[in-house]
Design a protein around this ligand. Structure first.
Ligand code: 26V
Length: 755
């Protein structure tokens, strides 16, 4: 096989592989993958799933596709025969960062699972010319530049299909691009991405600013443009409607080609609405069915039977409601339909809280989804329970049968087979290859919990991965880290509810303890990866405080023997693949009730990290599976938090004034050392926020966090065998968090697809 690939690549490069440049080899490999993946396409007969999402955070595709197509080892061998290195070639690929975080990455994992499980399921989204912004640090502050990922060779294949979409009365042509989604030893599905031919990168001004009024030039230019001003929010509606209108037309066209007469659309299509960004697909489909001669009432029923909705957050500020005049301006053709849907709701219930259009003329996208789809799901058991009990209680009373939970999952192909090849090989050596497609088989690892040889091996693998991360950090950022120290990682979007600021306060506390001669049980390297929305001021301040503290520590010879802070620049999927396998302690410290699920928590667990976390999101289900002895849980419960919000009696200042430890840590933000290394404006603002408001209740969890984290450090240092044994149990219990399981549940309960 390797011989054949060698010949094939030589042919594709048009010269001996030995002589080819890496860029030429990359293009040849892309070609090879596309040809191979086409061979695995399967015609659809029964119902097909369309997963509509504004985000697909797919990450680099080359190695993942090679693994899924069973070509990875042979390609590697063929290249090394020619003196080439696959990982050098991988470096050339721009990461498609077409998502912000967990929601987009989940969509990507789902596509992998669908194809692997031989289910007919395509994605529908947008072909953003710039993915999530690039993050750079200078002078201790985040700065942002555009992510031109389409430069050079790219994986999206242009088609001749274009769909007319009317926006603000003007017709645009949405062109379809296809991206092959390969399954592991499975079929190939498609990610369908829409774009305009008229996009013009020259409208970008400095940084990531651009003229938001030039719709024809900018519609798909950026993922989620900053929507802190009116024009930005309008642009978001333009984007969403382009995606759903072109998507709906494509769905109807595909179904018609398979014999559907639209009265039976639900037998041909299942549409999953990923959060509210694609919600306009509901009125748009009703509109299109109307154009095809179907009466309004019947169209409503057909669309309800076809669509299902996933909720990904309870944070009020993240739930989309649009001022009605925005929709009047951009999608006037939908407004009569949305009004009729609202009228149907008003006939059904006197409960005004559930209306689509409220008394202030705001249109609630989630309300439309719940009334006019047949399923509403949350993404972890606790999250779904909170939706039923509080956030969506009025809807749950109306439609108890529509509500269900689908705990998130991750694809083990990318998050184990690809990113941690040494661990994957060891697992295969111990229990055979079955776990790759049947994740529950990981439980067979439980027989090795007392096997010292296995535990030693696991310990060595972790050490190797830490060395690899240390090398990468050195090459990428010029930072030296000690792989013998304990690696604690918090990597996720920067948001106050995720509480990077709690971690910051711990690190200040630790700094003081070391200065006072109370050295920790082990040297620690505290690693962060996080991008902050450009307009999110406090998030920027938290980054600044961490970068400043990192500098203060690095310049202190006594303290830096024991602790180091590393902030990884431009955290993305590629960085995650290096960081996660190297982690000892995974920080999942959101305020209980606020993190709908989290999926990083699952990735770290699968790679043999122990979790330090609150009882939030899927942490609850992780704790249930590994047992309280193999996870470090701390902090208020979601019920306590929810009660505290309801009572409205949380006063940050009282905690600050009443607890000398808290006061010492917070005051340090504006200490001489910090002010000498950082900026007073940012540091003082953060201090003010923490003492004056602290909306996400950092201070009540502060002491419990210190106690648990100190315990974890102690355990890590004093009993590596017991630590590694816990790590093994975490890996063995991770099977439930495979996205194959999640997809099987969606299919059994909601989609009912035929293979
Ligand atoms: C969006 C926004 C937008 C504006 C202001 C603040 C804010 C805060 C949160 C969000 C999140 C939107 C939805 C989302 O990304 N949810 C994430 O979905 C993941 C996959 O289900 C889940 O694991 C994460 O817990 C959840 O936060």
């Amino acid at each position: 096989m390797a011989e054949e690939i060698y010949r094939e690549l030589t042919k594709l490069c048009g010269k001996d592989l030995e002589q080819a440049e890496n860029e030429e080899i990359y293009a040849a490999l892309l070609n090879l993958v596309q040809t191979q993946s086409r061979k695995q396409e399967v015609p659809v007969t029964g119902r097909k799933l369309y997963y509509i999402s504004a985000e697909f955070l797919i990450g680099k595709l080359l190695s993942n596709n090679l693994i899924n197509l069973g070509l990875y080892d042979d390609v590697k061998a063929a290249l090394s025969k020619a003196g080439k290195n696959l990982s050098d070639i991988e470096e050339l690929e721009n990461e498609p960062s077409l998502g912000n975080g967990g929601l987009g990455r989940l969509a990507a994992c789902f596509l992998d699972s669908l194809a692997t499980m031989n289910l007919p399921g395509d994605g529908i989204g947008l072909r953003y010319h710039c993915g999530l912004f690039h993050q750079n640090f200078s002078d201790g502050l985040q700065s942002t530049t555009p992510d031109y990922w389409l430069n050079g060779v790219d994986w999206t294949e242009r088609t001749e299909k274009v769909y007319p979409v009317t926006l603000a009365g003007k017709e645009y042509k949405a062109r379809l691009y296809k991206l092959a989604v390969t399954g592991y030893e499975g079929r190939t599905n498609s990610l369908n991405l829409f774009d305009l031919d008229t996009i013009d990168e020259s409208v970008i001004q400095e940084g990531i600013h651009f003229d938001k009024t030039k719709i024809e030039q900018n519609l798909t230019l950026f993922l989620y443009p900053d929507d802190s001003d009116e024009e930005g929010r309008l642009l978001r509606i333009y984007q969403q409607y382009l995606m759903v209108s072109a998507g709906a037309q494509m769905i109807l066209e595909e179904c018609a080609a398979r014999g559907c007469d639209f009265h039976n659309l639900a037998d041909y299509a299942a549409i999953q609405i990923n959060d509210t960004h694609p919600s306009m697909v509901i009125p748009e489909l009703i509109r299109l069915l109307g154009e095809n001669g179907i009466e309004f009432e019947e169209a409503v029923q057909i669309v309800t039977d076809t669509c299902a909705y996933t909720n990904h957050t309870i944070l009020a500020e993240a739930l989309e409601t649009w001022p009605r005049h925005y929709l009047d301006e951009v999608v006037p053709q939908l407004m009569p339909i949305i009004e009729k849907l609202d009228a149907l709701v008003r006939e059904k219930t006197p409960d005004a809280v559930t209306y689509i259009i409220d008394s202030e003329n705001r249109v609630h996208m989630a309300h439309m989804d719940i009334h006019f789809s047949h399923s509403t799901n949350g993404v972890a058991a606790l999250h779904t329970q909170i939706l039923k009990d509080t956030e969506l209680a009025n809807f749950y009373r109306l439609y108890p049968e529509k509500f269900n939970n689908k705990t998130n999952g991750i694809t083990f192909r990318r998050w184990l087979l690809k990113c941690n090849q040494e661990l994957a090989a060891e697992i295969e050596h111990l229990i055979g290859p079955g776990f790759k497609k049947n994740a529950d088989e990981l439980e067979k690892l439980m027989q090795y919990t007392e096997d010292d040889a296995v535990l030693n091996k696991l310990y060595m693998i972790k050490k190797d991965n830490k060395k690899a991360l240390a090398d990468w950090l050195w090459r990428k950022q010029g930072v030296k880290t000690n792989p013998d120290a304990m690696f604690l990682i918090q990597s996720k979007r920067l948001h106050e509810y995720k509480r990077q600021q709690l971690n910051l306060l711990f690190l200040i506390h630790q700094y003081y303890e070391i200065r006072a001669g109370h050295t920790p049980a082990t040297p620690i390297v505290s690693i962060f990866g996080a991008k902050a929305a450009p307009a999110y001021v406090i998030a920027q301040d938290i980054i600044h405080a961490l970068l400043t503290l990192s500098k203060v520590i690095a310049e202190d010879p006594e303290v830096s023997k024991w602790m180091q802070i590393v902030f990884v620049e431009n955290y993305n999927v590629t960085a995650a693949e290096k960081m996660i396998p190297a982690c000892d302690l995974s920080e999942q410290i959101s305020l209980a009730s606020k993190e709908a699920s989290g999926t990083g928590n699952m990735k770290f667990m699968l790679n043999g990290a122990l979790t330090l976390g609150t009882m939030d999101g899927a942490n609850v289900e992780i704790a249930e599976r590994v047992g309280t002895g193999n996870i470090y849980i701390f902090g208020q419960t979601s019920n306590q938090v929810i009660r505290r919000y309801a009572d409205g009696d949380y006063c940050a200042r009282e905690w600050y004034e009443g607890d000398p430890n808290i006061r010492r840590a917070i005051d340090f933000l504006t200490s001489e050392q910090m002010l000498a290394a950082g900026h007073e404006e940012n540091l003082a603002r953060l201090k003010n926020e923490l003492t004056g408001k602290d909306w996400f209740q950092t201070l009540p969890d502060f002491n419990a966090y210190i106690v648990r984290k100190t315990q974890a450090m102690q355990d890590y240092a004093t009993n590596p065998r017991a630590w590694t044994r816990s790590a093994l149990i975490n890996i063995a219990q991770a099977g439930f968090f495979s996205s194959d399981r999640t997809i099987a549940e969606y299919n059994n309960d909601i989609w009912h697809l035929d293979k």
